[in-house]
Design a binder for this molecule. Structure first.
Ligand SMILES: NC(=O)c1ccc[n+]([C@@H]2O[C@H](COP(=O)([O-])OP(=O)(O)OC[C@H]3O[C@@H](n4cnc5c(N)ncnc54)[C@H](OP(=O)(O)O)[C@@H]3O)[C@@H](O)[C@H]2O)c1
Length: 323
């Protein structure tokens, strides 16, 4: 396994590997002015894709990014896709709205929430599990035919977080006893562990079709994400850093990642989409532009948990996803 971790700007990754993006169709969730996905869209536009499908839950969220793309590279087509990930019927409707798009070369699921007060999605799931993970499970299932139609070297990249290292799927109580035992950090950890485990199994299943599948830790990026955190959150992170390393589910220590720019946050996503050096590690967890499975703990690595999660996800979403 390679351990060549390096914080890089997106421009650097695109300079090396961006040529393969020319003429491609890319769907990105979580696009807004100050999000990693918004930056990703701007960066990818410089690589001359044919079409960037920019998804958000309101057109106003993507308008600023669309304007910037039109002025920087008018040859790139953009299209808004309305999708609220807290409502599976909206996810299904969004997929129906793409009936005229015959193939998607890169499906990039970046949207997510962190540390909200206890809340449920329309379908009754704890909101971080529902938005960060279960909606992606359904979206990937429904869009897989279009990704397959794009052929080998297409990709499915799912955003995750270093918080997966402190997370596990609470199989007996994913909804935290209807909020009674809810801890926003534990639930964020659960949703990210689920993202990473789903990608592990999906990558294994799609390996022979040469569809690239990766989960990504973007590092620590100051974005819109911190909006549910108390105002003193950044001070709190600084205190945690001073107090020493974090401890994962197996008792191993790790450092909180350094703050980076949105360009550096988006770079590892681009690595997942196109870097040929990591093709042999399908399903892997990427951090700092490198395969970083050595950072994962035993609950995430347990293949029985991958199977259990897949079955649970099918049951919760009422979405059969056999491959
Ligand atoms: N920033 C970091 O340091 C960091 C670290 C580790 C992992 N991540 C992961 O990176 C991803 C992107 O985070 P970010 O930093 O770019 O945060 P962000 O600026 O808050 O962007 C998240 C995007 O997701 C969208 N979103 C939230 N709920 C949604 C829903 N129900 N349906 C559709 N879209 C929804 C938001 O749209 P609205 O504006 O409509 O809410 C926003 O555009 C997240 O998945 C997060 O877990 C971030």
């Amino acid at each position: 396994m390679s351990h060549n971790q390096q914080v890089l700007r997106s421009e650097v990754v695109l300079e090396k590997h961006g040529k393969s993006l020319a003429g491609k169709t890319v769907l990105i969730t979580g696009v807004s002015d100050d999000s990693i996905a918004g930056e990703l869209a701007l960066q990818l536009a410089s690589a001359n894709p044919k079409l960037l499908i920019l998804s958000a839950r309101a057109e106003s969220k993507v308008a600023g990014i669309q304007e910037k793309i039109i002025s920087s590279n008018p040859n790139v087509q953009t299209r808004f896709l309305n999708m609220d990930l807290s409502d599976l019927s909206a996810v299904r409707k969004a997929v129906d709205d793409l009936s005229d798009v015959l193939h998607i070369d890169h499906l990039v699921c970046v949207a997510g929430i962190m540390f909200p007060p206890y809340n449920k999605t329309k379908d009754g799931f704890e909101s971080q599990l529902g938005v960060n993970y279960l909606a992606n499970f359904v979206l990937v299932k429904l869009l897989l035919p279009k990704v397959r139609a794009a052929g080998p070297s297409s990709s499915i990249v799912i955003m995750a977080s270093s918080m997966a290292r402190q997370g596990k799927v609470h199989f007996d109580d994913v909804n935290f006893s209807n909020g009674e035992t809810y801890d926003p950090m534990v639930a964020y950890g659960q949703s990210n562990a689920a993202r990473v485990m789903f990608v592990k199994r999906l990558g294994e299943k799609l390996k022979d079709e040469q569809i690239r599948v990766f989960s990504v830790d973007p590092g620590a990026v100051q974005s819109g994400l911190q909006r549910h955190c108390p105002p003193e959150f950044l001070d709190q992170v600084a205190e945690w850093k001073k107090a020493g390393p974090m401890v994962d589910m197996d008792g191993n220590t790790f450092e909180i990642p350094p703050w980076t720019s949105t360009s550096e946050g988006a770079a590892t996503v681009i690595t997942g989409m196109v870097d040929p050096a990591i093709s042999g590690y399908n399903g892997s967890y990427l951090n700092q532009n490198a395969v970083s499975d050595h950072e994962l703990h035993s609950h995430i690595n347990d293949t029985n948990n991958w199977t259990r999660l897949w079955e649970l996800s099918e049951n919760l979403t009422q979405q059969n996803f056999s491959l």
